[in-house]
Design a protein around this ligand. Structure first.
Ligand code: SAM
Length: 460
C-alpha cells in the first residue's frame, strides 16, 4: 500500500527574513517544475500527489508538504498493467517530489526541514488536523493577481495578463453572482432577475449592473445584461450564470484560454491552453465551429461586434482552407457518432478519429485541447466497445492529460478520465463486442512514436 511521505517546516515562517527565504524557495520550485508536472493555482502550486501536496505562494501558514505515491501521481504513465514499469514511474515521481524537500532544505537549512516517510513517523511535527487547518488558510484573495482589467481598443473592458502564464495554469475559478434557467418565460424574466440581484451584496449588485449590455432601451435592462453575459453551467445546460470577472473576457476564434463549469466546486474555471506572454489579452471563445462567414454573422447577431481576430482576418485562400478543415471535422464527427458504424466499421471510425485529431491541431493551434479531449473519448469508446482495453487505456490516459490541462485535477471530468484509465472495463459499453479483445497489459513496447501511433489508431 502506498504510504504518505513529506516534510514539515518547523518552526514555521515568522520574520521578514523568513518571507524572503520563502520567495526564494518559490522561485526555485518554479524553475524546477513546470506544468503539466504541476498546476499553478491562484494561491498555491499543486503537485498531482494528494491534497496536501501544495506549496502556497504566501508561506506564512505553511506547515507541511505531503504526498502519496499512487498511479494518479503519474501524469504521463501508461497504465498498462506492467508492474515493473509502473513502479519505476512511481519511483521517478517520488524522486521528483523529494526535490521539493531538497529545495526547502537549501532555502531554510536541514535543521528546520523534518522529512518523514509514513503517517506514524516520529519525525512528524504536526498532526493531520493542524496541517488541514493550515492548508485552508492558503487562500488569500488578491495576493497574486496574474491579470488586470483594462480598456481595450474597440472591445470595451478585457483581461490582460500581467505575468507570463504557463500552459495549463488555472487563471481563475469564480463563483456565479447568480444562476438562472432558460425555462423562465420572457415576460417574467426581468422581475425574476431583479429579485435575484436585489439579494446580492451592494458590491455584487454594482458588478452585475456594470456588465456589458448589447441591448438598448426599451429592451429590459436586467434581461439584456443577463443575455449578453450568461455562460451555460456545462455543455448544453439550460442553466446560465453570470460572473463579475469572467464576463469581462472578450472573444477570439483562437482563444488562449478555455472555460469550464466545474460541478464539484460549483465554479467556472479558466485555464491557459498555451503559454500566454505578459501583456497579452486573455480570451475565450463565444463562437461555434462554423465556417468564417456564418461564425462572424452569429457573433454579430448575438454580441454586436464584427470579429477581427487572426483567424477571421486571414487571406481569402487561407480562409477557404480553414473552412474546408472545419467542414471535414464536422463530417467525420457525424460518422464517428453513428452507433451502427461504430459497431460494424470500427476500424474506419478509429481512423476517422485520428484524422479529426490531426485536423483539430491544424485548425485550432494553441486551443485544440478541449476538442481533442472529446476525440480521445470517442476513440476510447470505440475501443472499449470492442473489448480492446489496451488501446482504451492509452486513450483514457490522453483524455486525462487533456482534462488536467483544461479543467484541473478537481474537475469531475478529470476524475472520470482517471477512473477510465485505471478501470477501462468499468465503462458501460465494455463487452458489447469481443471483436478486438485485448488485455490492458497488451500495449506494445519498444515502438518508436510513428509506429506506436500507427498501432494505436489502426492506421494502414
Ligand atoms: C461578455 S462581454 C465582454 C466584456 C466587455 N468587453 C465589457 O466591456 O464588459 C461581450 C461584449 O464584449 C465585446 N467584445 C467581446 N469580444 C469582442 C471582440 N473580439 N471584438 C470586439 N468586441 C468584443 C462586445 O461588445 C460583446 O458584446
Amino acid at each position: 500500500m502506498p504510504a504518505p511521505a513529506g516534510f514539515d517546516l518547523s518552526p514555521p515562517l515568522s520574520s521578514p527574513e523568513d518571507q524572503a527565504l520563502w520567495a526564494n524557495f518559490i522561485l526555485k520550485l518554479q524553475s524546477l517544475y513546470k506544468p503539466p508536472l504541476i498546476e499553478l493555482r491562484e494561491d498555491y502550486i499543486s503537485f498531482y500527489a494528494g491534497k496536501f501536496a501544495r506549496i502556497p505562494f504566501d508561506g506564512q501558514n505553511f506547515l507541511c508538504f505531503s504526498f502519496t505515491i499512487t498511479n494518479s501521481n503519474i501524469n504521463t504513465c501508461n497504465d498498462d498493467g506492467n508492474d515493473n514499469d509502473d513502479n519505476s514511474d512511481k519511483q521517478k515521481y517520488s524522486h521528483e517530489l523529494w526535490r521539493v524537500a531538497e529545495a526547502a532544505e537549501e532555502s531554510f537549512g536541514k535543521e528546520r526541514i523534518h522529512r518523514w516517510i509514513d503517517a506514524a513517523d516520529k519525525q512528524r511535527v504536526y498532526s493531520w488536523r493542524e496541517v488541514k487547518e493550515s492548508v485552508k488558510k492558503y487562500k488569500k484573495p488578491g495576493l497574486r493577481q496574474i491579470f488586470s482589467i483594462q480598456t481595450i481598443p474597440n472591445k470595451g473592458r478585457g483581461l490582460i495578463a500581467t505575468v507570463d502564464i504557463p500552459i495549463g495554469t488555472r487563471i481563475l475559478a469564480e463563483s456565479p453572482l447568480f444562476t438562472q434557467t432558460s425555462f423562465t418565460l420572457l415576460e417574467t424574466l426581468e422581475e425574476t432577475l431583479k429579485a435575484k440581484v436585489s439579494h446580492l451584496t451592494p458590491l455584487q449588485q454594482s458588478q452585475f449592473l456594470a456588465l456589458h449590455n448589447k441591448y438598448t432601451a426599451p429592451y429590459p435592462l436586467y434581461t439584456g445584461i443577463f443575455r449578453t453575459n450568461a455562460l451555460p453551467c456545462g455543455v448544453d445546460s439550460p442553466v446560465g450564470a453570470v460572473y463579475p470577472t469572467i464576463c469581462l473576457m472578450n472573444h477570439d476564434c483562437l482563444p488562449n484560454t478555455t472555460h469550464f463549469w466545474n460541478e464539484n466546486i460549483q465554479q467556472e474555471t479558466i485555464h491557459a491552453t498555451r503559454f500566454i506572454p505578459a501583456g497579452s489579452e486573455l480570451t475565450i471563445s463565444y463562437a461555434t465551429s462554423d465556417p468564417r462567414d456564418s461564425r462572424r454573422q452569429k457573433l454579430q447577431n448575438s454580441f454586436n461586434f464584427l470579429c477581427t481576430c487572426s483567424l477571421c482576418s486571414l487571406l481569402p485562400s487561407e480562409i477557404f482552407k480553414s473552412d474546408t478543415r472545419r467542414g471535414k471535422i464536422t463530417n467525420l464527427d457525424s460518422q464517428i457518432g453513428n452507433g451502427d458504424r461504430v459497431m460494424n466499421n470500427p476500424t474506419d471510425c478509429l481512423q476517422a478519429c485520428h484524422t479529426v485529431s490531426e485536423l483539430l491541431k491544424e485548425e485550432y493551434p494553441g486551443c485544440y485541447q478541449p476538442l481533442l479531449a472529446r476525440t480521445y473519448y470517442d476513440a476510447f469508446q470505440i475501443c472499449i466497445t470492442h473489448g480492446d482495453q489496451a488501446r482504451a487505456t492509452v486513450f483514457a490516459g490522453r483524455l486525462y492529460d487533456m482534462r488536467i490541462l483544461c479543467e484541473g485535477e478537481d474537475s469531475p471530468e478529470t476524475e472520470k478520465a482517471q477512473r477510465l484509465r485505471e478501470n477501462p472495463e468499468g465503462h458501460r459499453n465494455f463487452g458489447a463486442s469481443r471483436r478486438w479483445k485485448k488485455g490492458k497489459g497488451m500495449v506494445p513496447k519498444g515502438l518508436d512514436e510513428k509506429e506506436f501511433e500507427k498501432w494505436l489508431w489502426k492506421l494502414a
